[in-house]
Design a protein around this ligand. Structure first.
Ligand code: IDP
Ligand code: MG
Length: 139
């Protein structure tokens, strides 16, 4: 298993608010290399499949509606200890609880509209990357 890669999405709120540039700047300044990237929009089916693990949660419908309402930026990132370091860079799920200087503290709106996704394990990073990219789109 590749353990130096993670998967991210800049979510629709952050795209709408004009934060693609600042967020990519934070990511690259923190030492992550972009090995795949696309500007795209999730279908309802895509979002339901991507977040299937949360399908029984009360916020699932809201989450799918949010994630499909506008474009996102999806990317695979590479760095030593990528998954853990990227979760530290983005901060807590709820921006009100996120540490100073983290991407969610700086750019998120609420616990639902929280600007950015980061994989939570090497296994999920591989699954999520493969969900969004084919082999020849990944460098
Ligand atoms: P994570 O993105 O920090 O890993 P998860 O618990 O895996 O957080 O939740 C996935 C996503 O679902 C969150 O990033 C957020 O967009 C949304 N979400 C989580 N909890 C809530 C909630 O209580 N209300 C609305 N949306 C939520
Ligand atoms: Mg999660």
């Amino acid at each position: 298993m590749i353990t130096n890669r993670t998967f991210t999405m800049i979510k629709p709120d952050a795209v709408e608010n004009g934060y693609i540039g600042p967020i990519l700047e934070k990511i690259t300044a923190a030492g992550f290399k972009i090995v795949a990237m696309k500007y795209t929009q999730l279908s309802k089916r895509d979002a339901e499949a991507f977040y299937a693990i949360h399908s029984e949660r009360p916020f699932f419908g809201e989450l799918v509606a949010f994630m499909t309402r506008g474009p996102i930026v999806a990317a695979i990132l590479e760095k030593d200890n990528a998954v853990e370091d990227f979760r530290a860079l983005i901060g807590a799920t709820n921006p009100a609880e996120a540490a100073e200087g983290t991407i969610r503290k700086l750019y998120a709106t609420s616990i639902g509209e929280n600007a950015i996704h980061g994989s939570d394990s090497d296994e999920n990073a591989a699954i999520e990357g493969a969900f969004h990219f084919s082999g020849r789109e990944i460098f």
